[in-house]
Ligand binder design. Structure first.
Ligand code: HEC
Ligand code: HEC
Length: 201
């Protein structure tokens, strides 16, 4: 069964549960995608917005394809030879949280902060992915460990994602509003997560 079908089956189950007395699990109406008019073309259009955000430097710099974080708007390799390390949190002696605290500082060029600053696992890299590759990756349970509903909740609620809109002095936030991005993510999922053609965009 494809992941899309499983996602839809889970959706249908969640909807069925609404009608009976069993209180748990309740689908979260804020997360549950509702079907969009327009089907795949509308879904593909929504994915353009999703892709633009995921590959923005504020997001991509923590989702590199290699073993080093990236920094600045040109996504160059992180200074001081900072490495991913065995658990995506840096090597011994160069742990991310040695420099990156719980919150941003008030002046530019200091390490930005957010709870548990770390790199996304390599399987969740956004760097160097075409729209088609990234859509396939987000649909592949071998690479993402989240269902589509969990992905929607993650982009809506996660603190590291939120940092992209509050990156501290001297860094440009993601230019698309977070609500718009979450709505686009939901619309893509609701259109059964269509995959862009190779060479599109
Ligand atoms: C400080 C580093 C950091 C930043 C900045 C960051 N992320 Fe992430 N991201 C992570 C980590 C770590 C994970 C893995 C989370 C987990 O396993 O719970 C992740 C996971 C994700 C996932 C799930 C991917 C998958 O396939 O399962 C999405 C989607 C995502 N991030 C979106 C974003 C977006 C959008 C932004 C920018 C607005 C962003 N991230 C910025 C560290 C970061
Ligand atoms: C020795 C201190 C130090 C360590 C260790 C360190 N960083 Fe940084 N990091 C910094 C500083 C300082 C900046 C800000 C540079 C600036 O803005 O001029 C920064 C910036 C960043 C940025 C820039 C965001 C952007 O969009 O420009 C990311 C992402 C990042 N670090 C991730 C990490 C990760 C992930 C780790 C652990 C694997 C890590 N860093 C370890 C000091 C450190």
């Amino acid at each position: 069964m494809t992941r899309t079908l499983r996602g839809l089956a889970a959706l249908a189950l969640g909807t069925a549960l609404l009608g009976c007395s069993e209180p748990d699990p309740q689908p979260d109406p804020e997360v549950e995608p509702v079907a969009v008019a327009g089907g795949a073309p509308a879904g593909l259009q929504a994915f353009d917005t999703v892709y633009a955000v995921l590959t923005h430097p504020r997001c991509m710099n923590c989702h590199p394809a290699g073993d080093r974080p990236l920094q600045f708007d040109d996504s160059r390799s992180h200074a001081l030879n900072v490495q991913r390390g065995p658990d995506d949190r840096g090597r011994v002696g160069m742990r991310c949280t040695t420099c990156h605290q719980q919150a941003n500082h008030d002046s530019p060029h200091l390490p930005p902060g957010s709870p548990v600053w770390r790199l996304a696992p390599k399987a969740q890299a956004f760097e160097g992915r075409s729209p088609r590759e990234l859509a396939l990756q987000l649909s592949d349970p071998e690479q993402t460990h989240m269902t589509f509903e969990e992905l929607v909740a993650h982009v809506r609620d996660d603190a590291l994602v939120g940092w992209g809109w509050a990156p501290g002095p001297g860094r440009a936030p993601v230019p698309v509003a977070r609500e718009e991005f979450v709505a686009a993510f939901k619309a893509w999922v609701a259109a059964e997560a269509p995959i862009p053609e190779e060479g599109s965009k």
